[in-house]
Write a protein that binds this ligand. Sequence first.
Ligand code: OTU
Length: 631
Amino acid sequence: MSSKSSMSRTSAATPPPVGLAPEPAAASFAERQAAHGPALHAHLRRLYGTHPDHAASVARLDELLAASHAARSAELQALDAQRLQDPDWFLSPRMLAYSAYVDRYGGTLAGVAQRIAHLRELGVTYLHLLPFLRARPGQNDGGFAVESYDEIEPALGTLDDLGSLTRALRAEGISLCSDFVLNHVADTHDWARAARRGDPRYRAYFHVLDSEADVAAYEAGLPQIFPLTAPGNFTYSRELAGWVWTTFYPYQWDLNYANPAVFVDIAAALLRLANRGVEVFRLDSAAFLWKRPGTPCMNQPEAHWILQALRCVVDIAAPGTLLKAEAIVPSRELPPYLGLPDAPGRECHLAYQSSVMTAAWVALAEGSAELLQRVLAETPAVPPHTGWLTYVRCHDDIGWNVLRNALPPQQVPRLAAASRFYAGLAEGSFARGASFQASDANAVHGTNGMAASLLGYDTAHSDAERDAALARLLLLYGVALSVGGIAMVYMGDEFALGNDPTPPALWPPGADGRQLHRPALPESVLAQAADEQSRAGAAWAGLRRLIAARRSVADFAGNVPLRLRASGDARVLAFQRGDVLCLFNFAASDCTLTLPAAGMTDVVSGRRIVGRSLPLPGYGLRWLRGAEHAA
Ligand code: OTU
């Protein structure tokens, strides 16, 4: 990647803050410790300074960092050195993420390795595999109830398989991203078992409330993540004679990060996985790490300090490693996960851009770019050496509530309308999704469904309708690929794979509505890729054309700022990245735009546009070079 001009523009605009660690550079362990140790110790002091175990846990952590660095393979240390020289390596427009469940994609970890050719053809450089560590038997929230951070789920393979897979991926230039479920453990994890046995040391790993009055006091301020399938945030345990904090399912016990031993044990678990070759950690439920009475117990300052401390940990002991925040939170709360104003860029390297993703779905339901444009206008530029993870769909529902505060109160019903639209309940809806955790059709919670099913593939009965569904799929992926950051393809979307056809009665035990968008990707679908006449082949070809074009545009690097442009048409979103003007028509109807300059070049087709008038078909997108001359 060579976007020198844009990179210098970014760093010129954002001078490094005073008093923080210097810009990373290839450094020895001792130098890294000298650079990041003071910040790490400062974070631990403000989190745990008054805790009786503070000094001992700092000493334990320092030892752990040295031991972990010493145990790191030569290959991984070489990778660390390379990345320290190029801290923007992951912001290149060549980066492309792919997210899949191991069993749904390749059956096992070894099976995933068999599909590397497919990843290579798509252009993937970052593979996010959903939880593959040993999970609680029976119900386990798709693996998000982890029983051991040091074992692989037996049905998926072994630690050796993980090692082989990471090496095979690395040889192809693909980084493995693993979920790191750090907010909670399974109720069958050794720590939870010890707590239940009455060991006070491990009881202190969890939040155990003594009285129903305490529970009620907390509940008053708390949101409910699964109000229908797991109401409330606490679960009574007879063995503990108290109420355990369980934000998600009752078998997912929230860890108590007010206890420094929890922080050190979690940091140790993360470093062991990093030394096994995991290059990126998806920090699950990062917003929930700190509890404070009278608040929603999300996005608390201490949660950010914990993440900043973890960042110091990887910067010292495994500096080639990336941290990605999974914080599905209101737009305003999201930017701090890339660094608070007093420490820009010193938290996670990446964060899910859930506001833009959700607003793009609203835009499509409304046939208007208005809300998406507003969200983009309110999104600050990312700090140096950080970027967004941009996406269309993932393994979770589309959670409408992240946009609640982006709308004036009287306009919140727009979210309910979008939810109804994608559940196929609105007049003229092409979607076949389902509402998630909503008690009635007007409630605003989430929407489930594969992109293809939400975008009209299941309701298309003519070629024109099938073309429209494909255009919508490419429109949303076009936004994710050009808005800035690492774009992620959710498994199956590259083939316009629809909802899981398995009847709910046959879903895994305890599966909730999100199972709808967790289908398997059979070999037969991959085999259709070459046939552009097929549904799978047409999506594959269209998406690969966009991905290839994106790769050729240096201005699509994650550190090139986005500038909104007025399109002159409410249906059309317009923004500029460097020299490239990006246009997206969210309505079914065609329109004609006036371009800022004559002679612009279409990045995808390579064609030159004659004059300044551009017809943009319904659901059409254009990436046009030559905007800088006009600016
Ligand atoms: C995360 O998600 C995971 O992505 C979910 O798959 C897990 O169920 C959950 O944590 C518990 O581990 O709020 O910010 O669909 O958006 O549960 C974290 C709801 C989360 C998810 C929500 C979520």
